[in-house]
Write a protein that binds this ligand. Structure first.
Ligand SMILES: [Zn+2]
Length: 226
């Protein structure tokens, strides 16, 4: 405890959104940034922006995104901290926020399993973790569902996208995913989880692979929508 207190004095925890020193009761993100995250309310809404973006690409039951990803808003900083600054604990915490939204929505109640959009093994080696898997772990803490992480495989290494999220992103992912023991998901309602929805190409390609499984139904949840 004393050591912990000493560490806190020497290296005070700072907000992953704005860099300010956190005060008592704050974890990872300060209250100001939490309040500035634009929630979409899409978990509760049929025909929301996330669903509209995926329509035509994937047959989905329901979809939601928790936050709006804007150039100026804190969501962008948080996603960068998750993906490029090694903040694994933030991923789990953000997953819990998603889990609360899913819990209260009621539209996703019959989801059986959580499936993270996989990274290519080389990318995972570079990053140390798959942020989407950690989001799933956070979701499952408050909305208990098994996390199935090794059925969808990403077998194509796509170039590291620039840290800008733009329309060019995800144009290179068609056919990048395949299934290994897809029968494990047969007849299940799968919630496919990713960090940011941009064009929907990545989620679409992943869902196309998943849809080969007999009787599978697919829903989608992302932390942010750009
Ligand atoms: Zn902040």
């Amino acid at each position: 405890m004393l050591l912990r207190a000493l560490i806190d004095v020497v290296f005070p925890a700072t907000c992953a959104g704005c860099g300010r020193v956190l005060v008592r009761g704050e974890r990872q993100v300060c209250m100001h940034c939490m309040a500035g995250l634009g929630t979409t309310d899409s978990a509760a809404m049929v025909d929301n922006a996330t669903e509209r973006r995926l329509i035509g690409q994937v047959p989905i039951e329901a979809a939601m995104s928790l936050y709006n990803y804007t150039k100026e808003g804190p969501a962008r900083q948080l996603v960068h901290a998750m993906k490029f600054h090694g903040n694994a604990r933030l991923c789990v915490m953000m997953g819990r926020q998603m889990g609360l939204e899913l819990l209260h929505s009621g539209r996703f109640d019959d989801v059986d399993v959580l499936v993270p959009v996989p990274l290519h093994w080389l990318r995972k080696l570079q990053r140390g973790y798959n942020q989407s898997l950690l989001l799933c772990r956070g979701i499952a803490e408050v909305w208990p569902r098994p996390v199935v992480k090794d059925v969808v495989v990403r077998h194509r290494y796509t170039r590291q996208q620039s840290r800008q999220l733009g329309p060019q992103r995800g144009t290179n992912v068609e056919g990048a995913f395949s299934l290994k023991h897809g029968e494990r998901l047969a007849g299940k309602h799968v919630l496919l989880v990713d960090d940011v929805l941009t064009t929907g190409a990545t989620l679409g390609a992943c869902a196309v692979a998943l849809a080969q499984t007999e009787g599978v139904r697919i829903s989608v949840a992302t932390l942010c929508i750009a």
